[in-house]
Design a protein around this ligand. Sequence first.
Ligand code: UDP
Ligand code: MG
Length: 319
Amino acid sequence: MKLSLIVPCYNEEKNIRPFHDAVVNAFRNENYDYEIVFVNDGSRDNTLGEMKKLYSEVDTPIRILSFSRNFGKEAAMRCGLEHATGELQCLIDADLQQRPEVVVQMVRRLDECPELDCVAAYQAERSEDKALAFFKGRFYSMINEMSDTEFRQGASDFRTFRKPVAEAVLSLNEYHRFSKGLLSWVGFNTEFIPYEVQQRAAGESKWSFGKLFQYAIDGIVAFSTAPLRIPTLLGAALCAVSLVMLLVNIIVFAVRPDAFSYDSLFLFLITLLSGLQFLCIGILGKYLAQTFEQSKNRPHYLLKEQIEPKQKQKEKEEV
Ligand code: UDP
Ligand code: MG
């Protein structure tokens, strides 16, 4: 079974050779055929030069795809999936935080279990700083609450899967991509194995807190329309409050007409009108949510298997 290692690279000049050597080392005693698909995501350093140098010096099957500018890791992964030729495909970072030995483990599992379609690694222990770990934890519980798609705590894009899974992910053509979500959305049998995140071999992370926050928002927007329901809830709450105010006004007017003030009537009217406005925005949100879902143009379903009636099978065999 041939494996394609898809490696998005942005300013990773010092990691290209060590990454290659680590892969060769991990697969040395294994009987698996593999290729490395490097995607140079518009690096500003000599990443492309290092890739070409490696290409000319080693026998390992290497494919190089180089972007005209930095399009982001998601675009690089998509490009890698489009060009990889293996029956098994693995998404892995270039910085050796994800060890190729874990890939060997993943491939073994897929080899042993034909019913498995994907093996995903999750971070058993979070090694990053406490604030970041806290926000990541909050993000996962929030998105799981808001979305029908399941997001596993600590799971990254580090996965190995069969070609049909890759084809399914590619059939989702949306522009703002959130691979963790897409890989979960497409279904298929996935097994999660724990792995230990290593220190970056060289260079530094491209993800600032701000960028991660933006990515988290992208994930929520791509996989949930729950935020569009906020105006409906707010509108309903304001209308309920305004009705209570109306009731209080009526009682005051009936019991102590001298204490009744027109100001409170105005307050009731303002609250009611704001409530109705929010409700109208909520209705617009509902239509917007449906238009948004439609615009993503995701397939209505994905077939994994299809068994024809016996009669038809015979006919096919005869032809
Ligand atoms: N990466 C990329 N394009 C980008 C940012 C990152 O291709 O715009 C690649 C990067 O070279 C690395 C992987 O994505 O191979 C993960 O990036 P990084 O190590 O910076 O993320 P972290 O591990 O800190 O989450
Ligand atoms: Mg990294």
